[in-house]
Ligand binder design. Structure first.
Ligand code: TXA
Ligand code: MG
Length: 341
């Protein structure tokens, strides 16, 4: 299949036309990748089963992993669910459009392969002007997982999407790099108290400021025994080609691990925050930035970059799980094959 690529960042006039053409493809039951404030999504009409199947095929995604549905307004969200607790109204007000997904009781309007047979549906209002415009033009709810091949890091640029999905999807709206860089927070809102199923762009601390107590799905804890309630969290994810080890502790300790591996003849790549990167020596280093927001925004690009630098092993420093650090560490633990403490 020929993948049409529009540069939606160019001139205003072209941009409107590009978004309109992309919306037409969505309405016609085709797949289109588009930027959101978190990562690029691969969209299709959520009410069209055959269109949704094309997403699973293009990504090589397991069928039992439900998709997030994207809408432009709170009203459209309400049209997909049977009931909404009061705290969701508060969260809609405080954080949308933005990086948060609400899991609510489904009224069955979405195709059955969107929800993978669950009686709940995940819905979000993305905070990106191109995404919002596309959703308005398409005028259908748009199911969209991250626009990567299943198992690969989520795409934070159109080039990432192109590398994974060129020839496998109908269109790609190129809107440059995304902002947050990690996916939305997935929040189970089917209970009296909201439960974080996947940490993401909106932190637990931010949620608690608005609604008081927020719980964390016990399945998110490190031990791999428990089955997480968010089906997507059980798969190995975000994987670069070389093995990735997380290393906790000082930069001296990280240097010891690097030296030991280099002595064995391994080509060692390291990614870490700026301070640590300056303090260590390795075959190839990636500076993830000086603060955790920047680390979150650059993480997936870094994981992909190692594939081009032919390293045998990637080491990454472990970060504190405060604020956005919780989402960063969640993704790193999923990508890592080892955690040295
Ligand atoms: O930021 C994001 O959320 C991005 C952009 C494109 O919007 N999308 C994204 O989609 O990350 P995906 O498919 O890669 O991840 C969706 C996650 C999975 O972990 C899935 O299991 C969970 O959301 N999920 C979706 N619907 C659910 C439901 N009804 N109940 C529990 N978990 C659900
Ligand atoms: Mg994904």
């Amino acid at each position: 299949m020929d993948t049409k690529r529009w540069y939606a960042n160019d001139f205003q006039q072209d941009k409107q036309e590009a978004i309109q053409s992309a919306a037409e493809l969505l309405k016609a039951g085709e797949t289109v990748a588009f930027p959101t404030e978190t990562v690029y999504g691969l969209g299709a009409d959520a009410t069209n089963k055959a269109a949704i199947n094309k997403i699973f095929q293009a990504k090589g995604r397991p069928q039992d992993n439900p998709l997030i549905v994207h809408v432009a307004t709170p009203q459209q969200l309400k049209e997909l669910v049977t009931s909404i607790p009061n705290y969701v109204d508060k969260l809609l007000e405080a954080f949308t459009p933005g990086p948060i997904t609400f899991v609510l009781p489904s009224n069955g309007r979405c195709a059955e392969n969107v929800t993978a047979g669950l009686d709940s549906v995940g819905v979000r209002l993305p905070g990106h002007p191109i995404a919002l415009k596309l959703l308005q033009e398409a005028a259908v709810p748009v199911a969209a997982p991250s626009a990567n091949l299943s198992g690969k890091p989520s795409p934070t640029s159109a080039d990432h999407v192109w590398a994974d999905l060129n020839g496998r999807i109908a269109g790609l709206l190129d809107g440059g790099t995304t902002g947050v860089g990690l996916e939305s927070t997935v929040l189970d809102c089917t209970q009296a108290i909201p439960i974080i199923l996947r940490p993401g762009g909106i932190t637990k601390e931010q949620l608690e400021e608005v609604v008081g107590t927020v719980m964390i799905d016990p399945g998110l804890a490190n031990d791999k025994e428990q089955r997480p309630k968010s089906p997507g969290m059980k798969y190995r994810h975000y994987s670069p080609d070389a093995p990735l080890w997380l290393v906790e502790g000082s930069s001296e300790k990280l240097q010891q691990v690097i030296d030991a591996e280099m002595k064995k003849g391994h080509r060692v790549g390291v990614m870490a925050a700026s301070k640590t990167v300056t303090a260590i020596e390795a075959d190839f280093k990636i500076d993830l930035g000086a603060n955790m927001e920047t680390v979150a925004a650059t993480l997936y690009d870094a994981l992909r970059m190692f594939n081009e630098h032919d390293v045998d092993l990637i080491l990454c420093e472990a970060f504190s799980e405060q604020g956005i650090g919780q989402a960063v560490m969640n993704r790193l633990k999923k990508a890592a094959s080892d955690y040295i403490k």
